[in-house]
Design a protein around this ligand. Structure first.
Ligand SMILES: Cc1cc2nc3c(=O)[nH]c(=O)nc-3n(C[C@H](O)[C@H](O)[C@H](O)COP(=O)(O)OP(=O)(O)OC[C@H]3O[C@@H](n4cnc5c(N)ncnc54)[C@H](O)[C@@H]3O)c2cc1C
Length: 250
């Protein structure tokens, strides 16, 4: 199947173009079922990794076709190799145009992606990490753990909370090291259970770095806890909503 044309992207496409977003045509090279609710699709990047330097948590805006209308969704590069311009994308599966596309992807399928807005530099001199995420942000969290391991201070520990919706989520590989702590928390009360788990463990983490990506409401609540209860300065936190409960991300 050939890539969808760029028309049909609506105002979001026009704004990204005006802001200088770069477009790339990705080609599927293979797929892998990791659990009943998590699939990996491997790609060649159509020049993406030749043009854009790699950073931890790097993400792209993929354009998914739904009856001629294109919908933009954020996805994270996994195991990216600039030498071969190849990477994987891991899709948490739920209802949605992107998740549907991933389940049907076949080698040779093509899809457009725009690079715009992704940036993250590893912080210097932090004593530890506190991290909250879920299967949608696990690819980014794994890239952070890889980056800590490759840094000048690979022993820096991470305390990680991961929310799950399916029992099988807990079998998705987490690239944690012996010094890390990983706690899986069932999604209950619209995400409040994970927020409570984060709050319950609060300590003075003012020399740590905090990273959170959950649904929009939980992301805001964990951000507040990192600031108020963990005493993290604002510039020692990266928080981004990865999805919106009960509605499409648009
Ligand atoms: C920077 C960034 C990077 C991201 N990287 C990844 C990634 O690598 N892998 C990944 O799987 N996702 C990732 N996401 C999240 C992904 O973009 C959203 O989950 C998106 O909404 C999926 O689009 P969709 O078309 O499948 O569902 P939508 O049409 O957006 O939503 C349809 C329904 O599914 C629900 N829904 C959407 N996402 C989820 C979810 N994760 N869990 C449960 N229910 C959901 C919505 O509430 C809605 O009811 C990333 C998001 C951002 C902002």
């Amino acid at each position: 199947m050939s890539a969808a044309p760029t028309r049909g992207r609506g105002w979001q496409g026009a704004v990204l173009k005006l802001l200088g977003g770069d477009d790339f045509e990705l080609t599927v090279t293979g797929t892998e079922v990791i659990t009943d609710h998590y699939v990996r699709v491997n790609f060649t990047g159509g020049g993406l990794l030749k043009k854009r330097p790699l950073h931890p948590t790097m993400w792209i805006r993929m354009w998914f076709d739904d009856a001629g209308k294109l919908h933009q969704r954020g996805y994270t590069l996994v195991d990216a190799d600039p030498a071969t311009d190849t990477f994987g994308i891991e899709f948490a599966i739920h209802e949605g145009v992107a998740a549907r596309w991933a389940q049907k992807a076949q080698p040779g399928d093509m899809i457009n992606a725009t690079f715009m807005g992704s940036k993250f530099a590893m912080p210097e001199g932090v004593r530890g990490w506190i991290v909250a995420g879920d299967p949608a942000s696990l690819p980014a969290i794994n890239s952070l753990l890889d980056a800590i391991s490759a840094s000048a201070h690979p022993d820096t520990p991470a305390r990680i909370w991961l929310e799950y919706q399916h029992e099988s989520d807990k079998t998705i590989p987490v690239r944690s090291r012996p010094q890390d702590t990983v706690e899986w928390v069932a999604r209950e009360r619209d995400g409040a259970a994970l927020v409570d788990a984060v709050r319950a463990a609060a300590f003075d983490a003012s020399d740590h770095f905090g990273w959170v990506a959950l649904d929009s409401v939980s992301t805001r609540a964990v951000l507040a806890s990192f600031k108020n209860e963990y005493r993290l300065p604002k510039n020692s936190i990266k928080a981004q909503a990865y999805w919106i409960a009960g509605k499409p991300f648009s």
